[in-house]
Design a protein around this ligand. Structure first.
Ligand SMILES: C[S@@+](CC[C@H](N)C(=O)[O-])C[C@H]1O[C@@H](n2cnc3c(N)ncnc32)[C@H](O)[C@@H]1O
Length: 287
């Protein structure tokens, strides 16, 4: 039995059949190339534990992804950056909540995989993935940063985080930032997995220094979100107690008066002072 078409047969075809034959061959080649290309694209399957530039790829369990985003209270006006974005799951989940989200990932194959995953999830228009070293990327546009890195890397990034806009939320899977204590911490319900803790820091406004209050002078010492110091008025000095910042929101108490307010700029803050049932406005100017 002869399979295929012999040279003689081709040459004896009429011109219409010959053109049809060539067309079929071209179509088959195009399909073949397309299928082959598709197979090549689909061939990359990430391996849990594969090398990364500074950290191996271990994906955050989806339950913790949700917990981290819930903790950050993601809204549609947020711009989230995931540092070392792996297969893109954090970025995609944030985009599904309505935010714009960017993944920074060193491994180019993971970047391509993330783009495909975002397309499949229908959130390509709200996501971006950039192949670069996370240490080189400008983070100033972020309102939320997520990461699953290592304690020493978090610590290296810490000065950059502290220079971000007050109120920027930094959320980490499991790893801390040394003596900068998290403002919030929570576990996933099913903590059978080794990666189940969400930690969140809110970048505090910078208030270290001397401030003139209506009737005296505040000397503030700041350790991340905690503030200490003294208030001096009419030669009497009192301690600042329970001083704390959540972004630009400030609270402290002096001699039983509770101060709450906002740091409005580098040189100006103010709000409400409450003692018992009496309430007054307060403001302070940096000296
Ligand atoms: C532990 S995985 C976390 C992945 C993802 N964020 C998640 O939570 O599922 C860390 C990721 O960071 C990437 N990575 C490591 N060092 C990096 C660097 N210097 N710049 C960019 N990405 C990096 C790795 O390739 C890996 O995908």
């Amino acid at each position: 039995m002869q399979i295929g078409i012999s040279r003689e047969r081709i040459f004896t075809m009429n011109s219409t059949s010959f053109i049809s034959f060539i067309f079929v061959i071209l179509l088959a080649c195009t399909f073949g190339l397309y299928a082959q290309n598709d197979i090549v694209k689909k061939e990359f399957v990430p391996l849990v534990g594969q090398d990364g530039r500074d950290v191996r790829w271990i994906p955050t369990p989806y339950e913790l992804v949700n917990k981290m985003l819930e903790m950050a209270e993601i809204k549609s006006n947020d711009y989230l950056i995931d540092l070392g974005s792996g297969d893109g799951r954090m970025v995609i989940a944030a985009a599904k909540l309505g935010a714009h989200a960017l993944g920074i990932e060193y491994n180019p194959e993971m970047v391509e995989l993330s783009k495909r995953n975002a397309k499949e999830a229908g959130v390509s228009d709200k996501t971006d993935f950039i192949q670069t070293d996370l240490f080189n990327y400008d983070l100033s546009k972020a309102t939320v940063i997520t990461m699953f890195l290592l304690p020493e890397i978090n610590l290296k990034l810490r000065p950059r985080f502290l220079d971000l806009k007050p109120g920027t939320r930094i959320v980490s899977n499991t790893f801390s930032m040394d003596d900068w204590e998290p403002d919030y911490e929570d576990l996933t319900e099913e903590n059978w997995d080794s990666w189940y803790t969400a930690l969140m820091w809110i970048v505090p406004a910078k208030v270290e220094g001397i401030w003139k209050l209506q009737k005296g002078e505040l000397t503030i010492h700041q350790e991340f979100q905690k503030i200490y110091g003294t208030f001096t008025s009419n030669n009497k000095t009192s301690l600042i107690n329970s001083g704390r910042l959540y972004g630009d929101h400030i609270t402290f108490s002096i001699d039983g008066t509770e101060y709450t307010g906002h740091v409005n700029s580098k040189t100006n803050m103010g709000g409400t002072a409450k003692k018992g049932i009496s309430k007054k406005g307060w403001f302070a100017i940096r000296q």
